[in-house]
Design a protein around this ligand. Sequence first.
Ligand SMILES: Nc1nc2c(ncn2[C@@H]2O[C@H](COP(=O)(O)OP(=O)(O)OP(=O)(O)O)[C@@H](O)[C@H]2O)c(=O)[nH]1
Ligand SMILES: [Mg+2]
Length: 321
Amino acid sequence: MVLNRLFRRRSAPDVQLEQGLEKTRRSVFSEITRLFDRSAIDEELYVDLEMLLIQADLGWDVSQQLVAELRARVTRDRLRDPADAREVLRTEMVKLLELATRNRKVKILQRGVPFVIMVAGVNGVGKTTSIAKLAAYHQRFGRSVMLAAGDTFRAAAIDQLAVWGDRINAPVIAHRQGADPGAVVFDAMQAAHNRNVDVLIVDTAGRLHNKANLMFELTKIRKVMQRHVSEAPQEVLLVIDATSGQNGLIQAKEFAKSVEITDIMIAKLDSTSKGGIAFSVAKELGTPISYVGTGEKVTDLAEFRPDTYVDSLFFGVGEGL
Ligand SMILES: Nc1nc2c(ncn2[C@@H]2O[C@H](COP(=O)(O)OP(=O)(O)OP(=O)(O)O)[C@@H](O)[C@H]2O)c(=O)[nH]1
Ligand SMILES: [Mg+2]
């Protein structure tokens, strides 16, 4: 029986996304906004705009594409007012981000079948913190959540998850450091079944002895999950660190080669003035961006929405449209 659908209602206020993007808005995007405060649309506008977009981490290709589209629209529609050009840019940016949300599938939670989320990403990007946020997010919908400490590579990783579990009142299935992550996941799947858990979130290692090992392990974990629930993991969430710039994109591409990623979370958006990473992720991966991390607290998670994202870059909280 269909229990619930994700994304049906917004649980995180848009204000959170706006606050998360404050650094980006105050730096590069305030300059972009100022660029359009001129009397005419001239060549300098395009040149400066492209430079600023690259500076905001939109990436070379995306920045060029946006400027080319803007030029084309200005010519085609015979626009004269820079304010109209800014509106065109805003619309084109929303369209770009929609590349990352149109592939989003409606997720269905079924009673008696745990909805399994496998969280992946290189070390330090914010996986464990994002797991706690995601757990709290599901709890807000009234779902029971269990966590699994599938990162057995470091003892601290297990402890960190246990601390979060305590804080948010979610049971944590863990083995000792060095244990087989497959065994942890096996136990967690069983426990989730026995305790009628709605959502099971599995942490994974961000670093192993080498990359091939890491990818092999993710494949193995997946197989263990499928022994219990054939469609598991129903969500494979790749966490990207917004502060790592275009590097984050390269890492994501590497993961995508070995693991079928269903969703992306951009963590630490609040720590960077280069919130443009979402645009290159949208264009180059096409994998749905579902969440953003906007701080270190468990409530610092926002659902990703293209229009709010773009408006937050141009306007502050309560301003704008
Ligand atoms: N400002 C900010 N900090 C964050 C966010 N998400 C995570 N962090 C911080 O980033 C650091 C690393 O986070 P972890 O969750 O431990 O990252 P991880 O990917 O699990 O790291 P490993 O287990 O070492 O691979 C911590 O200090 C977190 O508090 C965020 O959205 N905003
Ligand atoms: Mg971790």
